[in-house]
Design a protein around this ligand. Structure first.
Ligand SMILES: Nc1ncnc2c1ncn2[C@@H]1O[C@H](COP(=O)(O)OP(=O)(O)OP(=O)(O)O)[C@@H](O)[C@H]1O
Ligand SMILES: [Mg+2]
Length: 247
């Protein structure tokens, strides 16, 4: 049998994982007296696992998380006000099908970004299209698209994403123009696709973020209508090991 030809065929068919393992698997199958069918099944199973992993990795890269955080690594006992059961339910991702939003509101270091990424990672694992943005970068990109006459194209692209994560809304206030662009985006995605927003500012102060009470109220109205808001007022995890700082 011509091993080189087999490898060529497998590569041509993009069955790279099978190309890697088929010889070794064949030897093992002979030793263990496995049937031809069992041998073929094991090869295909490996190829499918490999393809799934690559697809998840690709989705994670596209999502552009600043860091990889997981739900498993989140210490719920440190932040007891967070409804752990609800977070775990959200990780099942039904909220994406229901086009609902998730909001994490609270001071620095309480795990807002961590939880947003962790849910985003789960979504990638379920082969959903996810994008992570800081509010600032998102506003910049929308403004750049507007200048080049590509705003609608950009908004359409963002509408096709299953889960849009907007982090750190409120650390910087938006210019009037950027606030309006932001409103357009939220308005377009309203009831069409889920958004996770993290913010250090309570809702009463969102007028400061948007420099406009009316725009802020309109954004909030749409985000909150079908949503799971989490208000986290616990201690900063960043300062966990520093004594006398946390209240
Ligand atoms: N309960 C927790 N269990 C484990 N790690 C945590 C927990 N809370 C926060 N962290 C970790 O602490 C760091 C800060 O958390 P995170 O970035 O999520 O804070 P944040 O609420 O987004 O704060 P900021 O408003 O400053 O952006 C991260 O490294 C995060 O992984
Ligand atoms: Mg954060």
């Amino acid at each position: 049998m011509n091993a080189e030809r087999i490898k060529e065929h497998l590569k041509f068919l993009s069955l790279h994982r099978i190309a890697e393992i088929y010889q070794q698997e064949a030897e093992q199958a002979a030793k263990a007296k496995r049937s031809y069918q069992e041998y073929l099944f094991r090869l295909l199973e490996e190829q499918v696992i490999n393809k799934t992993e690559r697809s998840i990795n690709r989705r994670m890269q596209i999502a552009a998380f600043p860091d990889i955080k997981t739900l498993e690594a989140f210490d719920f006992s440190y932040q007891p006000q967070i409804n752990e059961k609800l977070i775990r339910e959200l990780a099942n991702l039904d909220f994406l099908n229901e086009r609902k939003n998730v909001l994490f509101i609270g001071p620095p270091g309480v795990g807002k970004t961590h939880l947003a990424i962790a849910i985003g990672v789960k979504a990638c694992q379920k082969r959903k299209r996810v994008l992570f943005y800081s509010a600032e970068k998102l506003a910049e990109e929308l403004a750049a698209a507007q200048v080049s006459g590509l705003l609608n194209k950009k908004l359409d692209m963002l509408l096709r994403i299953d889960l849009l994560i907007i982090d750190e809304l409120g650390y910087l206030s938006l210019s009037n123009n950027n606030a309006k662009l932001f409103f357009q985006l939220i308005s377009k995605r309203y009831e069409k696709g889920s958004v996770i927003v993290t913010s250090n500012k309570p809702f009463e102060q969102w007028g400061e973020i948007f420099n406009d009470e009316v725009v802020a109220a309109a954004v909030l109205d749409r985000l909150l209508h079908h949503s799971y808001p989490f208000f986290i007022n616990g201690k900063s995890f960043r300062l966990k090991n520093i004594e006398n700082i946390n209240p």
